[in-house]
Design a binder for this molecule. Structure first.
Ligand code: ATP
Length: 238
């Protein structure tokens, strides 16, 4: 059987800021339909890596392919056209209304019918329709995260890259976000999620653990929990 095609393939990525190198030879791949979790503590380099994938931090060494096209030094907007969307920790424009935020997401790629796309997304997130004219800043943390996801989905990405979707949320809202992301993956969207919250293992098909800018582990959730040192470090178990 030929190997399964990769949606995203990052090989030996080095990146950093000025004289500081943050990433050291990072390898990571996402296959179509997968939910890949990039786990790591504060400062491990998760954000830097995600930004290097979407063209917001330059890659110094290594190669990135997206949907079969090399994108290592491609502009961010061109990568979006190939089907990758990035959701930062903040994820929304607080001063714009809910509807304006979603439209910005749809227009980023010149969606042929942004109005229809906005309606589809209200179907997925009815609470956003109710508040469509309100400023994003008026939403609760959980609702704001929903809006961030809706805005990112508006561009109809093949791969949604998310930086700490749990940031600033109560455990109850974290559960809700995990449920929403689980639903999305049922709809065939591939996800790459950077997190320090291990609750996201629930929806992960594979896990990469980043420590000090290096990949320490990659494998399935079961393989991760079979590894004594990782189990102690991440699950707090002996
Ligand atoms: P966090 O969960 O805190 O966002 P992270 O795993 O995403 O952590 P990064 O934000 O990628 O980690 O940071 C990795 C290292 O790079 C840290 O030492 C950080 O201080 C440094 N760093 C991040 N952004 C910059 C920047 N714009 N300029 C200089 N150094 C930076």
């Amino acid at each position: 059987m030929p190997p399964e095609p990769q949606l995203l393939q990052a090989r030996h990525i080095d990146a950093g800021y000025g004289t500081m190198q943050v990433l050291w030879g990072v390898d990571l791949d996402v296959r179509p339909g997968e939910t890949v979790l990039l786990l790591g503590a504060n400062g491990a380099g998760k954000t830097t890596f995600l930004k290097s994938l979407v063209g917001l931090v330059p890659v110094r060494q290594g190669r990135i392919d997206l949907a079969g096209t090399e994108v290592t030094h491609m502009r961010s907007s061109d990568r979006m056209r190939l089907g990758v969307t990035y959701m930062s920790e903040l994820g929304v424009f607080p001063d714009l209304s809910i509807e304006e935020n979603i439209r910005v997401g749809a227009q980023a790629l010149g969606h042929p019918d942004p109005g229809a796309r906005v309606d589809e997304l209200y179907g997925l997130f009815p609470v956003l329709r109710e508040k469509r004219r309100a400023a994003a800043s008026s939403l609760s943390g959980g609702q704001r995260k929903m809006l961030g996801i809706a805005k990112a989905l508006a561009a109809e990405p093949k791969l949604l890259v998310m930086d700490e979707p749990s940031a600033g949320l109560s455990p109850l809202f974290v559960k809700e976000v995990i449920r929403i992301l689980g639903d999305l993956s049922q709809h065939g969207i591939s996800l790459l999620i950077a997190e320090q919250n291990i609750s996201f293992l629930e929806i992960a098909t594979r896990v990469f653990v980043l420590e000090g800018g290096r990949i320490r582990f990659s494998g399935t959730v079961a393989e991760m929990s079979d590894n004594d040192a990782l189990r102690r470090a991440y699950f707090g178990l002996k």
